[in-house]
Design a binder for this molecule. Structure first.
Ligand code: M6R
Length: 627
């Protein structure tokens, strides 16, 4: 949700600070793309340039670059720049609401990620002091408050003014502020999620480490309730409230530039779908060892006994992570016989859940910073349940708060639509369930051996089928999906896959799609079936639901519905019942979700591209939902 980048330098750099900021903002744009803007300190005054994303094509940063190039300001002489891309919370998507915001008298400029909960009271207060807002944002209130406190304290210290103002605001935030009167940048946070990179030529700041890699691999986080004062030569980190010095924990960024580039693919989503054989390998590497007959998950090793003895497992997550959690429910119940509940994190926090010491809570989150999941996790921690995090982003908030967990290791996921994270999540959940099942004795040794061998082979299975999936998915996207609606049906393990396929289509192709357990169709959704309605049915052979699914397909046909089936290779019977078949290899039923979801990801991807939509940056969305 919103991205921040900033740079403060002591010596000339190869690329100008504004150029570097534009490049970084382009990389961070996936976090929010309603508008983009830059502020920089000139000799005497602050300069601000901004633009809104007008046509939902997410070209905000490109437009800003174009504008600034035409104005000849890319090489504007400056040592200090802050930039922002916005995901709107307070105020419509418009130029006036775009960041950076300037204070009333132009002494300060700010970029902000988060929500200032008491901004209405503060706005009233400032109005009584003669400060009026130009925008509808909460952010402008904060920058005016900084200016007001600066004036009130005799204009002595930028730092004192920022410290005082941020102490007065309620809510979570990450900000970067610059002033026309000093060669300084101040960054502060009450939520974490802001990083300072240390370079030979000065400092860079960003809300995502990926934007620092082009400059440096050494960075530290501005943790919650901390403030960092940066000059071109040095940094000083202190606590906001008590003003105590804090020694930064400088870490190496474990990311390569190639991981955050498209590497020849047209879109990140396409790259991330095609990366899945590798990301599945990475998620399982060293963990699932069929030759030794073991599964080793260091992150939860010490807690294995508690998991084996658990009374109940509660899985929490949002969106795609919640869907992975639903697959987890089937996995744990099949292999461990431990009862499982899967909860939307956003609902969990308002339900006064019954949890105790003997419970396990698994929080699933690709980004590790989804606000709802974080809040749910905090609640679970209070209940003294054992909390396990399943995150992709290393050292993310959820991973740190959980303390115990397993990283997905699928590499940075940039596209807003989650793909490789889902398959990574399900692969890791499968490994955990098999490990716990073996310890608990709820799975036979021969089944365990068979399953870990099959799990370890899964990446090459996906690799083999990907080119074929891509061709058929493209045909389906072009030939079958001309409706405004679509239904996705699956049973058992494949019900969550139906939900995930529908979510992908909704979020990037803007087709209204619903996922249903196939048998539920006759309890309502069947009324929607007509000759225009495409129904995508996941119908693999190999379990007792196959015959029932065929029955469901017949019911759709009887009502002139158009069925596209995902079926097992060699199933020739199904061909005569449906309009199109995508074949998947025969596999154990618990592994089908990882295989069957891939063509569904590709169908959504091709449909979006066919419509001229940018699948990486669908309208109204942002990659991490941190508010
Ligand atoms: O980072 P998280 O896994 O916590 O994110 C959860 C959801 O916001 C996310 O999965 C969202 O639904 C995706 N856009 C789905 O593709």
């Amino acid at each position: 949700m919103c991205s921040i980048f900033g740079i403060i330098i002591k010596q000339k750099t190869e690329t100008t600070p504004i150029e570097s900021t534009l490049t970084a903002l382009k990389m961070l744009e996936y976090r929010g793309y309603d508008s983009a803007g830059i502020a920089s300190k000139g000799d005497k005054a602050l300069q601000i340039w901004k633009t809104q994303n007008k046509d939902n094509k997410a070209e905000g940063v490109d437009m800003l670059r174009k504008q600034m190039t035409e104005m000849g300001v890319i090489s504007f002489p400056t040592q200090i720049v802050i930039g922002h891309t916005r995901w709107a919370t307070h105020g419509e998507i418009s130029q006036k609401n775009a960041h950076p915001h300037s204070s009333q008298d132009g002494n300060f400029a700010i970029v902000h990620n988060g929500i200032i909960e008491n901004y209405i009271e503060l706005k009233e207060f400032l109005r009584s002091k003669g400060y009026y807002s130009v925008s509808d944002t909460d952010t402008e209130v904060l920058v005016n408050l900084i200016e007001y406190r600066w004036n009130e304290t005799g204009r002595i210290s930028f730092e004192v003014a920022v410290r005082q103002a941020v102490s007065e605001i309620e809510g979570a935030f990450a900000i970067a502020v610059i002033t026309s009167s000093e060669d300084k940048m101040i960054v502060a946070s009450r939520s974490g999620g802001l990083f300072v990179g240390i370079t030979a030529y000065g400092f860079v700041i960003a809300s995502d480490q990926s934007a620092l890699v082009a400059h440096t691999k050494d960075c530290f986080e501005v943790e919650s309730d901390c403030l960092v004062v940066l000059t071109p030569e040095k940094y000083e980190k202190r606590t906001i409230v008590s003003n105590q010095e804090v020694v930064p924990d400088i870490k190496k960024i474990e990311l390569e530039i190639s991981q955050i580039q498209k590497n020849g693919y047209e879109y990140f989503m396409q790259k991330e779908i095609f990366e899945q054989p590798k990301t599945l390998t990475d998620a399982l590497r060293g963990r699932v060892r069929p030759f030794e007959g073991i599964i080793k998950l260091r992150g939860i090793e010490e807690h294995l006994r508690r998991i084996v003895q658990a009374k109940k497992i509660t899985i929490i997550g949002c969106g795609t992570s919640w869907h992975a959690g639903l697959v987890g429910e089937y996995l744990f119940e099949q292999f461990t016989r431990i009862p499982v509940e899967v909860e939307y994190a956003s609902e969990f926090v308002h339900r006064n859940p019954i949890l105790g010491e003997k419970d396990i809570v698994i929080a699933i989150s690709q980004s590790g910073e989804t606000a709802d999941t974080l809040e749910a996790l905090a609640l679970a921690k209070k209940s003294r349940a054992t909390v396990i995090g399943l995150c992709n982003v290393v050292s993310s908030k959820i991973a740190r708060m959980a303390g115990v967990g397993v990283y997905l290791h699928v590499g940075p996921e940039i596209s807003v639509a989650s793909t490789k994270a889902f398959t990574g999540q399900v692969a890791v959940l499968t490994a955990i369930a098999l490990l716990v099942g073996r310890q608990k004795g709820t799975i036979t040794e021969s089944d365990y051996m068979r399953h870990i061998t099959e799990l370890a082979e899964l990446p090459s299975v996906v690799e083999k089928y990907l080119p074929y999936f891509d061709i058929v998915a493209k045909e389906i996207a072009y030939e079958q999906l001309h409706s405004d609606h679509a239904l996705y049906l699956g049973r058992g393990y494949n019900f969550p896959v139906a939900l995930e396929g529908a979510l992908k289509l909704k979020e990037i192709s803007y087709i209204h799609a619903e996922g249903y357990p196939a048998a539920e169709m006759k309890h309502g959704p069947i009324a929607l079936i007509d000759e225009k309605m495409p129904v995508i049915v996941i119908a693999p052979q190999g379990d007792e639901t196959y015959k029932k699914i065929i029955g469901n397909i017949q019911e759709i046909r009887a009502r002139s519905g158009r069925v596209i089936a995902i079926a097992t290779e060699g199933d020739t019977e199904i061909v005569s019942l449906v309009e199109k078949v995508i074949y998947i290899p025969r596999a154990s039923e618990h592994l089908i979700p990882i295989i069957a979801v891939v063509p569904l990801q590709l169908i959504a991807y091709h449909n979006a591209v066919m419509k001229g939509l940018n699948p990486d940056k669908p309208r109204h969305l942002a990659k991490s939902v941190t508010v």
